[in-house]
Write a protein that binds this ligand. Structure first.
Ligand code: HEM
Ligand SMILES: [Ca+2]
Ligand SMILES: [Ca+2]
Length: 300
């Protein structure tokens, strides 16, 4: 029962306020849009889109932030800046969970991607759920595991492929994929890795090198939200193992979807927008459940 006009009377300018802060932040950090989209995904997959990822450790709160899938999530300072800007105009009205959903749409559209009407009206949790961060997919899982983690959230193969397209921008550390480069199987690199791209990645991430070094998820257009991610997969230039398996797992239903999105940016954009709305609908708190946090980092 979320709806795009939820704040029409209580905070009519919320969208432009969020946009202003994200645009300002993007001047200093080209990656901020990618960070915010990832944060919304990591929120929605753990107890639904309820802002749980934003809570710091406190009495009775075991933060999700220091669990392994989230240690590399960044951008919390910008969420705080957005919240402050929104509170200045509409105090006590807009949830942190909705701020993540709005900031994601704005980030995608600023990157050159699709726009959509963001359903709103989520409320913020009074709990975090560190142990359920295992609901998030990891970069070394196989297609069956990833698919079932998505279907557990009501998301199908089309959603999986479309949403993985968020890896059209942003960065990943060497440790998120470097096992593909050397002893992947029988002392050989991952066979589903283009040999030229393999050489580039080996230089960037040598054995014994810095595991935290950053690499573009999309080597073609690293900061643009476009369908090059899917063209890369067709050329065996997916960075993460979980990117490339969408195309290289012969017989999987994801292969045709990758081809569709590689051939038509419009179908990718339409599907991405729809899948983001679906993901944004994962068990939101509404009505009198939860609260509108005054500070996204702590419960009221
Ligand atoms: C399909 C399962 C997925 C897996 C296994 C996965 C895994 C990862 C990993 C390992 C990284 C790099 C982390 C690091 O090295 O620091 C990453 C980055 C990222 N992910 Fe995913 N991801 C998945 C799906 C998604 C979805 C559904 C979205 C959003 C709709 C998303 C958005 C992003 C973005 C934008 C980045 C770059 C963030 C930055 O630059 O800080 N991912 N992901
Ligand atoms: Ca959550
Ligand atoms: Ca791109």
């Amino acid at each position: 029962q979320l709806c795009p006009t939820f704040y029409a009377t209580t905070c009519p300018n919320v969208s432009s306020i969020v946009q202003g802060v994200v645009q300002q932040a993007a001047l200093k950090d080209v990656r901020i849009g990618a960070k915010l989209v990832r944060m919304h995904f990591h929120d929605c997959f753990v107890d639904g889109c309820d802002g749980s990822i934003l809570l710091d450790d406190a009495n009775g709160i075991d933060s999700e932030k220091d669990e392994s899938p989230n240690v590399s999530v960044e951008g919390f300072d910008v969420v705080d800046d957005i919240k402050t800007a929104v509170e200045n105009v509409c105090p006590g009205v807009v949830s942190c969970a909705d701020i993540l959903a709005l900031a994601s749409e704005i980030s995608v559209s600023l990157g050159g991607g699709p726009t959509w009407q963001v359903p709103l009206g989520r409320r913020d949790s009074r709990t975090a759920n560190a142990s359920r961060t295992t609901d998030l997919p990891g970069p070394f899982e196989d297609l069956g595991q990833i698919t079932s983690k998505f279907s557990d959230k009501g998301l199908d193969s089309t959603d999986l492929v479309a949403l993985s397209g968020a890896h059209t921008f942003g960065r990943a550390q060497c440790q998120s994929f470097s096992r593909r480069l050397f002893n992947f199987s029988n002392e050989n690199p991952d066979p589903s890795l283009d040999t030229t791209y393999l050489q580039t990645l080996r230089q960037a991430c040598p054995q014994g090198g810095n595991p935290a070094r950053l690499n573009n998820l999309d080597p073609t257009t690293p900061d643009d939200f476009d369908n090059n991610y899917f063209k890369n997969l067709q050329n065996n230039r997916g960075l993460l193992q979980t990117d490339q398996i969408l195309f290289s797992n012969g017989g999987a239903d994801t292969v045709a979807i990758v081809n569709l999105f590689a051939n038509s940016q419009t179908s990718f954009f339409d599907s991405f927008a729809w899948s983001m709305i679906k993901m944004g609908n994962i068990s939101p708190l509404t009505g009198s459940n939860g609260e509108i946090r005054a500070d996204c980092k702590r419960v009221n």
